[in-house]
Design a binder for this molecule. Sequence first.
Ligand code: ADP
Ligand code: MG
Length: 247
Amino acid sequence: MAEVVQLKNVAKFYHTPEGETEALKDISFSVCENEFVSVIGPSGCGKSTVLSIIAGLEKPSGGNVKINGSGTVGYMLQQDHLFPWLTVMENALLGLKIRREENKNSKKHVDDLLRQYGLYSFKNAHPQELSGGMRQRAALIRTLAINPSVLLLDEPFSALDYQTRLAVSDDIYGIIKGQKKTAILVTHDISEAISMSDRIIVLSKRPARVKAIHKIELSGEQNPISRRKAPEFPAYFQMLWEELTNE
Ligand code: ADP
Ligand code: MG
């Protein structure tokens, strides 16, 4: 399958007045079209740095990154970053506006996405009128509007309470798969990673190296909530838990 994202021997040093931080040592991995890959690792090991480098927000100090296809990257964070003074529709169109790609076609695409994912009747509402889950859905639609080759998700559910987090991760997963998008999720939640991913990349503690890459194969229905009940789930959890604990 076609590779959408390729990282080769990526290294990263941050230079600050306090000194130098080596965040990434030697990171190589690829992500294929339509694949959902999670990146897990100890807190502060460099997970967000990996995404920043893929997004082009930070430059690698060594190695290289390739994004194929349109090369556009969509980024979703823990805070949904919806603007409270804009309506849901205006928020959803914002990415297109910034890129000067607001036209009849792209507006119809956003219209269709809002309709398809149950936000159309809220298009004139403001974000504060929506539930946490609906806000994340609106943020995802804004990201999808620019038709990214790859979606980067940096702990997008961690601000939500547990019950909501399960429902929202199911919801967001359904939209990403329905739209046939390639996604990279950063999370510190092992169960979340197993429930959503085709593959999991385990990073070592800082400076991050790739410690292991696991293909996740779960039987039964393929939505995150059902996948948590798959018979293979506990063994994956145990293995990843041990890998992270030995860091
Ligand atoms: P994670 O997302 O795994 O918690 P990060 O990628 O955010 O880790 O951070 C990795 C290391 O790099 C940390 O030690 C952090 O303090 C440092 N770091 C992250 N961003 C910057 C920055 N912009 N400037 C300086 N140091 C940074
Ligand atoms: Mg982080």
